[in-house]
Design a protein around this ligand. Structure first.
Ligand code: PMP
Length: 360
């Protein structure tokens, strides 16, 4: 079977074991004579799949009982608007940390609904660093604080959880969820598009503390209202059933592999060796302050950018694909989510060293 190492930022690689299991169950799901895609979302088979997926996610992330888990649509981008609609009904003010492309988008959308106070901004540093722990001052009267723990494009990741006191902390975990254990109880809301570490595009996970439900603005569309969705077990309308099923297979797979403790160890090792390869060779450069480098998204530049195209072509011939950087930053980016095997990172490092030798 020809599988490439796909370094895409998302949609990204899925574990081969998950794909083959889905293939085996595709046409006739466990003797039902139908595909999961063809099932009623309210029938007992799909309800079983949905409940099992949620139970496994709760186990993986150790989600406390006073949190609801929602399986929604619309991507993380829809939540950029849903967050102020659900939470911005008190003072109508919210604190945002501006640490990259996705923070910018979240802020832009929130400004439609609430007074946004940008309490930290690393744009002047080209988003290559983050505020140090304890450095940011939050507004005591804010309805919530929003941040992006991992910025997918610049490749910066918070090594700490900001302490916002009693103000609920909202985190866009799209590109870091499930990469290591986290303490869910420190957050008011965690949300993530699925297409990186969870499953196929089309599913969005929202984990919300129960006391934050039922406070939405009066004009909040039903589909965006977390309380409405929680009340309906995420089935206010037809949910993305197949993506939900696939996410369930990924959760089961991660549990079988030893859970997030184990993933964290592997991910740290993968990232460390890739950054070491970049730092150890003058031919390559990563601009991010070492303390804030992402475990998931590793941007790097070639010393001579006229070789970018050749680098991508040669890498592609060796089955190392989608290494091009985001169009806004150029250069290269290796996204190394859970499903990227360590052997894929080793193969990339080997290729990079060889390429530098031949072209350096
Ligand atoms: N936030 C982050 C951190 C992301 O990486 C992305 C997608 N790359 C988004 C939000 C947008 O996600 P979606 O496409 O699911 O709306």
């Amino acid at each position: 079977m020809a599988r490439v190492y796909n370094f895409s930022a998302g949609p990204a690689m899925l574990p081969t074991e998950v794909l083959t299991r889905a293939r085996d169950e595709m046409v006739d799901y466990q003797g039902t004579g139908m595909s999961v895609m063809e099932m009623s979302h309210r029938g007992k088979h799909f309800v079983g799949i949905a409940e099992q997926a949620e139970a496994n996610l709760r186990k993986l992330m150790n989600i406390p009982d006073n949190y609801k888990v929602l399986f929604l649509q619309g991507g993380a981008s829809t939540q950029f608007g849903a967050i102020p609609l659900n939470l911005g009904n008190g003072s109508g003010k919210a604190d945002y940390l501006n640490t990259g492309h996705w923070s910018v988008k979240a802020i832009k959308e929130a400004k439609r609904f609430v007074d946004v106070n940008v309490v930290a901004d690393t744009k002047p540093e080209n988003f290559t660093t983050l505020p140090a722990e304890g450095e940011t001052t939050f507004s005591p009267d804010a309805d919530y604080v929003h941040y992006t723990p991992n910025e997918t494009i610049a490749g910066v990741e918070f090594p700490y959880i900001p302490d916002t006191g009693d103000v609920p902390l909202v985190a866009d975990m799209s590109s870091t969820i499930l990469s290591r254990p986290i303490d869910v109880s420190k957050f008011g809301v965690i949300y993530a598009g699925a297409q990186k570490n969870i499953g196929p595009a089309g599913l969005t996970i929202v984990i919300v503390r129960e006391d934050l439900l039922g406070k939405s603005r009066e004009n909040t569309p039903a589909m965006l209202d977390w309380a409405t969705q929680a009340e309906a077990d995420s089935m206010y309308n037809t949910p993305p059933t197949y993506a939900w099923y696939m996410a369930g297979l990924v959760f089961e797979h991660l549990l079988a592999k030893g859970g997030l403790e184990e993933m964290g160890k592997i991910n740290e090792r993968k990232a460390e060796k890739l950054y070491a390869a970049i730092d150890g060779n003058d031919f390559y450069r990563n601009p991010v302050e070492p303390a804030y480098r992402s475990w998931m998204n590793v941007p790097f530049m070639l010393a001579d950018d006229s070789l970018d195209k050749t680098f991508l072509e040669e890498a592609g011939r060796q089955g190392l694909v989608t290494l091009n950087g985001h169009r806004s930053v150029g250069g290269m980016r290796a996204s190394i989510y859970n499903a990227m095997p360590e052997a894929g990172v080793d193969a990339l490092i080997h290729f990079m060293n060889d390429f530098a030798k031949r072209h350096g």
